[in-house]
Design a binder for this molecule. Structure first.
Ligand SMILES: Nc1ncnc2c1ncn2[C@@H]1O[C@H](COP(=O)(O)OP(=O)(O)OP(=O)(O)O)[C@@H](O)[C@H]1O
Ligand SMILES: [Mg+2]
Length: 681
């Protein structure tokens, strides 16, 4: 048989196989024998039909391909793939490469095995060990996937914190109630009286407040946040009390009393893992949790699995809260002393501030997340002080947690929120959190009131506030340094980004947990992965830092800082000033203000990173921050060119922007408004 005949014979047998799949269902062996009959080097000497081959002549390419096809169909092979967790997409990649390798015929043992299979002296599965060896060489992950799967099994995070388990049973007291019901107040009583205690909360500003209140109560207390460490002891020795942001909670120290404030944040998509860690890991004999009642069931289950005691103390609002019958009907001129207008974008907030200031005699304080925390505190003080003209506040939901503000009435300008990734409608729990700022106990107002700027939002806010908050089902978990370290031990060549992707793909969690979103983490990882000389641990620390990668100024700062660390050179305040617009100028408009806010965040990052050998000018950078903060505060205080927005113009503006999309009958806790997104985009 000539070569061309052979090839067409093979093609014929192949086609026959495919055509006959349903008609004759030929067995694998049947096809193998057709390979054996037709495939040899082409001179046909040994190919007489029905005769067993005993040739040492290598197979041609088509025959190799055909045998490989049979291998991939073999049930034994499919079983092995499952055992080694090689899934279809990976199989496709490996198979392509393995075929080229087999065709190149430069592996003598493999060639001989092909020949033996062709001759019927071996089964097709004899090729498996070569396939696996090759697959592992090309994709090292295959060699360790079982181990990695074992290590990415996050079904029992309770067992990660042995130190805390050793002191079980801890006594866990859940202070459950609506906003402004005295939960934190009661937990703090225990904190002040304790020999040794820790207070953990979501905001730097709150941590500051508790630090200040402790000192006022003559309790020596340190302050630990990502950016700041203030020790009462001049030599920097720790005090017995500490107020910290929850991510900074020290789980290696033993305390008599621990407080975790705003425990419902355990369900937060981005930061929930920090609450889970504090809850499971704090070594406190008595642990006080403050939050709304939605977390009770979940925390009870978690406490059970920790072997801890659990009790609930319930609270009612100290000041009643009611939704008004009428909206403002678009007229900002209706604002009075003690009003707070809530909106969810910086530009909108400034528009509101100028509008209120132009239509009334009130001055407007402003609070939103992008402002430096000192500025926020300063604005809160201005608003709380009854002896000035700052009678009205415009604010984002940054006021939504724990802050004590002298608010009589909350006026929602909008019920939509953009979190940087998507536009979402306000959830019932979020609405309550913000609305609950009205009528604080012992403030000037003995009732809290809620309304909306626009009439169509009023029934919706009523509905949101009436909707029971769904019980929290799951607690957040995140990637820890020891996970990263372990993955890199198994896959030393993998980049940091690869490790993160792999982790996301492999990790399995129990039904009481979820993995927090880590887009920010991955975006920073993509930046620092490009930097030479940076250790994996250093990359990990960069990723933990509070970095808004959407801000280009911040991204270039991250790259610059990482490059310095990679080159083992220090970043002085002089080199920092090259990166930022210095000296700071009073901004002309809000856009320039937003740039200054980004600069403030860069200075924060410098303080946060705190690698002692490289970020060497801590105090100078603190001074720069103060200087910048005073420029920002001056801008906010300066009389701006006021845009006079008439009610009808404002109403038109509103009707062209999105409306709240819910049907009143279907208010859903986590509905994402996709059609709104489309309209906005
Ligand atoms: N029994 C009390 N005696 C005096 N002041 C109290 C008492 N309970 C609460 N307060 C004060 O009332 C205000 C609200 O209390 P607290 O901050 O503890 O409420 P909360 O339930 O934690 O609210 P949020 O959910 O907003 O954090 C605080 O200023 C607090 O000091
Ligand atoms: Mg509180």
């Amino acid at each position: 048989m000539r070569l061309s005949q052979l090839v067409s014979s093979i093609q014929l047998s192949h086609q026959l196989y495919h055509r006959s799949k349903f008609v004759f269902s030929p067995s694998v062996n049947g096809l193998l024998s057709s390979v054996r009959r037709y495939c040899s080097d082409g001179d046909g000497k040994d190919n007489k039909q029905g005769r067993k081959l005993n040739s040492t002549v290598p197979l041609n390419n088509s025959a190799i391909k055909l045998l490989l096809k049979e291998l991939y169909k073999d049930n034994g092979f499919k079983h092995k793939l499952k055992v080694h967790k090689i899934e279809d997409d990976l199989l496709a990649k490996v198979a392509r490469k393995f075929r080229s390798k087999a065709i190149s015929k430069n592996n003598r043992e493999l060639n001989e095995t092909f020949i033996r299979v062709r001759n019927g002296e071996d089964k097709v599965m004899a090729l498996w060990p070569y396939f696996l060896k090759y697959a592992k060489k090309e994709y090292p992950l295959i060699g360790c996937i079982k181990d990695l799967l074992y290590h990415s099994n996050f079904r029992s995070p309770v067992s990660w914190y042995q130190e805390a388990r050793n002191i079980a049973p801890r006594k866990i007291i859940y202070h459950a109630g609506p906003t402004n019901s005295g939960k934190t107040y009661h937990a703090l009583h225990k904190f002040f009286k304790a020999e040794k205690a820790i207070y953990c909360c979501p905001l730097r500003l709150l941590a500051h407040e508790i630090y200040r209140r402790s000192l006022e109560a003559n309790v020596k207390c340190d302050l630990i946040t990502g950016e700041e460490r203030l020790y009462v002891d001049p030599n920097g020795f720790s005090s017995q009390h500490v107020s910290c942001t929850v991510e900074m909670a020290n789980i290696n120290e033993h305390y008599d009393i621990g407080i975790i404030d705003e425990i419902q944040m355990i369900k937060d998509d981005l930061r929930g893992f920090a609450w889970t860690r504090a809850l499971l890991g704090l070594c406190a004999f008595e642990l006080h949790l403050c939050g709304d009642p939605s977390g009770i069931d979940l925390i009870r289950k978690l406490a059970d699995s920790c072997g801890d005691e659990f009790e609930v103390q319930r609270y009612d609002r100290l000041v009643p809260l009611s939704v008004q019958k009428n909206s403002f009907d678009g007229k900002l001129s209706n604002v009075t002393k003690g009003d707070c207008v809530v909106a969810f974008s910086r530009k909108e907030l400034f528009k509101l501030k100028y509008s209120v200031e132009s239509k009334t005699d009130h001055k407007c304080a402003i609070i939103y997340g992008g402002l430096p925390s000192v500025t926020r505190a300063h604005q809160a003080d201005l608003f709380n002080d009854p002896n000035n003209d700052y009678n009205v506040l415009v604010a984002s939901d940054a006021i939504g947690m724990g802050l004590n503000l002298n608010i009589k009435r909350i006026i929602f300008n909008s019920l939509m929120k953009f979190d940087g990734l998507e536009i979402t409608s306000l959830t019932p729990s979020h609405a309550r959190q913000v609305a609950g700022r009205a009528g604080r106990f012992r403030s000037d107002f003995n009732i809290g009131e809620i309304t909306t700027l626009f009439v169509d939002d009023l029934p919706i806010i009523q509905r949101l506030l009436d909707t029971p908050i769904e019980p929290i089902q799951r607690a957040g978990l995140g990637l820890t340094w020891s996970d990263v370290e372990l993955f890199s031990y198994y896959l030393p060549e993998a980049s940091f980004t690869d490790i993160l992707d792999l982790f996301s793909n492999l990790v399995k969690v129990g039904d009481k947990f979820f993995i927090c979103r880590n887009e920010e983490f991955k975006n920073v990882a993509a930046i620092v992965d490009t930097v030479e000389g940076l250790l994996l641990k250093e990359k990990y620390i960069f990723c933990l830092a509070p970095i808004d990668h959407r801000n280009p100024l911040m991204s270039s700062a991250v790259l610059k800082f990482a490059t310095h660390v990679g080159k083992r050179t220090s970043i002085t305040d002089a080199s920092l000033k090259e990166l930022i617009p210095y000296p700071f100028k009073m901004p002309d408009d809000e856009e320039k203000l937003f740039t200054l806010e980004a600069v403030y965040d860069i200075l924060d990052l410098y303080l946060w990173l705190r690698f002692p050998d490289y970020f060497v000018n801590y105090h100078e950078v603190c001074r720069l921050q103060k200087e910048l903060e005073s420029v920002i505060s001056k801008f906010l205080a300066s009389p701006r060119k006021r845009k006079i927005v008439s009610s009808s113009a404002y109403r038109n503006y509103r009707s062209n922007t999105v409306k709240f999309p819910f049907k009143l009958s279907s208010v859903d806790e986590r509905e994402v408004v996709s059609d709104v997104k489309k309209r906005r985009s």
